[in-house]
Write a protein of this length. Structure first.
Length: 613
């Protein structure tokens, strides 16, 4: 009987699944496209339908259908298994409750809380009236499961305890605060030796409209709560700075606001089809725009976009449209987002609305709802926006004015990673200021920026690949790939076997033992191979498709290329042996072992002839 993993692999076509994330085109027996995991300029991402594997020859990432979903969706294996099982129509056995992980417990608690909050909302006419006044329709409120946290100290806590959840787990979810942990939440509180009593906890969210926050797969990870005082305007609420207009679930095992984006689980399919992502501040802006048919949209939850957010969004497209009010106090944080996005070679645009208006307020007027899609389409490229702002910095007819304009705009030009774009804007600024472009280039070269450090950190975190291979390993892999692709060439390798590095000889043995006609996936399944070795051979087979296409494109003889690689393999193996003998000679000389030195010199001389010939 097949395992669920194998059953899913048999039912799903890897090309079809990956094709929902990456635009693929036929390349021989494989498919190719731009890698979604690094800034790929030329297609280096290959998918093999016969072997059901993928590999990028640019960043080195690769694997099967499960590793792709884990990487592209940033999920663990059980989640990827569940997602693909749903696609394949494979039923997974229910988990034993005793084996349920700590994360799953927290998600269950969040789900129970969401149902509690949602039920409360539909029983509270005053809160519903407020949401309707803000322009939200009943179907939108239901679609996103908005809720209401009563202005009571222990309303939710009592409900969750009655549902059978332990107080320490409720605290760990962030929905309650423990009197024993007044400094804040501790996600490992379940593991404490003492037991928290129900009377020791109280609700974190009180008197707030609740917005559930899901991860990319739709798991409910936490909440944002907006304060609402019955019968009072927000301005009349005392100590608003202390209690906060908006409060998020604190950091937990499943909630990290630097990784989560409101609405992404619903909008991700539109992000791909539209080719751009509208980003707004807060849930109300998101929901108002969603109602107005702007579906390629996400919202931050009280935080600026992080490197992790950008990495997540780049899976879907490379264009950001910022729906932030550029006149707000938070402009500095917005500019940091812009800088970081530009450093990641993303295109950035600004959604221009009337001054002082956020999207939710703008869309309260019916006539504006018909305009918003057009405004999104006409979003201003960020450098155009900056250039117009630069013009307002001073009078270009005076030297002081020219300096102010240049000092505003040049640092922003410096942040562009593309040399052609930088050159274009320097020339445009020079013409506007009626100055030589070289003088602006000189000023540009004086500017030092440190925002690229975060780009490096992002690459370090998300684009880690395996340790670099030695030159001889790379050459050996290339030869082995040719042999898998063209079995009849195995006889050409017979006299070069001894030059293969030990790490590759087992693969060579498998290739030699395989049928002369092919070494397909079905052949490997019949052989008694461990999974690691089978995966290595599958990756080499995919590499063969990649290498073959490139060589044929440049009209290079594949057989001659193989013969050249064999000669290079021999040279590299000899150099490695000579290096080893050279070290032994040095050691023997230091120990005054004359006979050994003589013998080693003889070996060195004989090996050297291989390089001469």
């Amino acid at each position: 009987m097949l395992s669920p993993k194998d059953e899913i692999k048999n039912k799903l076509d890897i090309v079809e699944v990956i094709g929902q994330y990456v635009k693929l085109q036929k390349a021989g027996s494989s498919y190719k496209g731009l890698c979604p995991f690094h800034n790929d300029k030329n297609p280096s991402f290959y998918v093999s339908p016969s072997r059901q594997i993928w590999h990028c020859f640019g960043c080195g990432a690769g694997g099967d259908i499960f590793t792709f979903i884990m990487k592209i969706e940033n999920v663990d294996f059980p989640t990827a298994l569940r997602m693909l099982a749903e696609k394949a129509g494979v039923k997974l056995k229910p988990e034993n409750p005793r084996l349920r992980s700590q994360k799953q417990k927290l998600i269950q608690i969040n789900q129970a809380a969401a149902q509690f909050f949602e039920r409360n909302l539909w029983q509270n006419k005053e809160v519903l009236a407020y949401l309707n006044k803000r322009g939200l329709k009943e179907e939108t409120i239901k679609e996103f499961h908005l809720g209401w946290a009563e202005d009571e100290w222990r309303s939710l806590s009592n409900f969750l305890v009655e549902k059978g959840f332990r107080p320490q787990d409720i605290v760990a979810s962030g929905l309650a605060i423990s009197k024993k942990e007044p400094a804040g939440i501790n996600t490992n509180i379940q593991n404490r030796e003492y037991k928290i009593q129900p009377s020791d906890i109280y609700d974190r969210f009180r008197g707030r409209i609740m917005f559930p926050i899901e991860d990319i797969t739709g798991r409910l990870c936490g909440f944002t709560g907006r304060i609402f005082a019955k019968g009072k305007s927000l301005k009349t609420i005392r100590n608003i700075e202390e209690v906060g207009k908006y409060v998020n679930t604190p950091q937990t095992l499943v909630f990290d606001k630097s990784q989560l984006l409101f609405g992404l689980s619903q909008s991700k399919k539109y992000l791909r089809s539209e080719g751009s992502t509208v980003i707004v501040e807060g849930q109300m802006d998101f929901l108002a725009a969603w109602q107005a048919k702007v579906k390629n949209i996400i919202a931050t939850s009280g935080t600026a976009l992080t490197a992790a957010h950008l990495h997540l969004l780049k899976r879907y497209n490379h264009t950001l449209i910022l729906g932030f009010d550029m006149d707000k106090a938070g402009r500095k944080a917005t500019e940091r987002t812009i800088d970081l996005a530009l450093s990641q070679e993303m295109e950035v645009k600004i959604l221009l609305l009337p001054q002082g208006k956020d999207i939710a307020d703008y869309l309260l007027h019916p006539e504006n709802r018909a305009k918003i899609e057009n405004l999104v389409q006409k979003a201003e490229p960020i450098m155009n926006f900056y250039f117009q702002e630069a013009k307002a910095q001073g009078d270009k007819k005076t030297i002081q004015g020219k300096k102010k304009i240049a000092s505003y705009f040049l640092p922003r030009i410096k942040k562009l990673t593309n040399a052609l774009e930088r050159s274009f804007w320097v020339e445009k600024l020079a013409r506007y200021l009626e100055l030589p472009s070289q003088s602006l280039e000189d000023e540009l070269n004086k500017i030092n920026l440190d925002f690229r450090k975060e780009k490096k950190d992002l690459n370090d975190n998300f684009l880690k690949t395996s340790s670099p291979l030695s030159r001889i390993d790379i050459i050996a892999d290339r030869i082995l790939a040719f042999l898998i692709k063209f079995p009849s060439w195995r006889k050409l390798v017979s006299t070069y076997k001894s030059y293969f590095p030990s790490s590759r000889r087992k693969i060579l043995q498998v290739i030699e033992a395989a049928p002369q006609s092919s070494l397909e996936r079905k052949d490997l399944q019949k052989m008694n191979l461990d999974e690691e070795l089978r995966n290595q051979i599958n990756q080499l087979a995919l590499r063969a498709d990649y290498e073959t296409e490139i060589l044929e494109q440049y009209k290079v003889s594949l057989e001659e290329e193989l013969k050249n690689e064999l000669k290079i393999l021999e040279e590299e193996a000899v150099k490695k042996d000579l290096d080893k003998i050279g070290k032994e000679i040095k050691e023997a000389e230091e120990n005054n072992e004359k006979e050994k030195v003589k013998e080693l010199m003889k070996q060195f001389s004989q090996l050297s002839k291989h390089l001469i010939n």
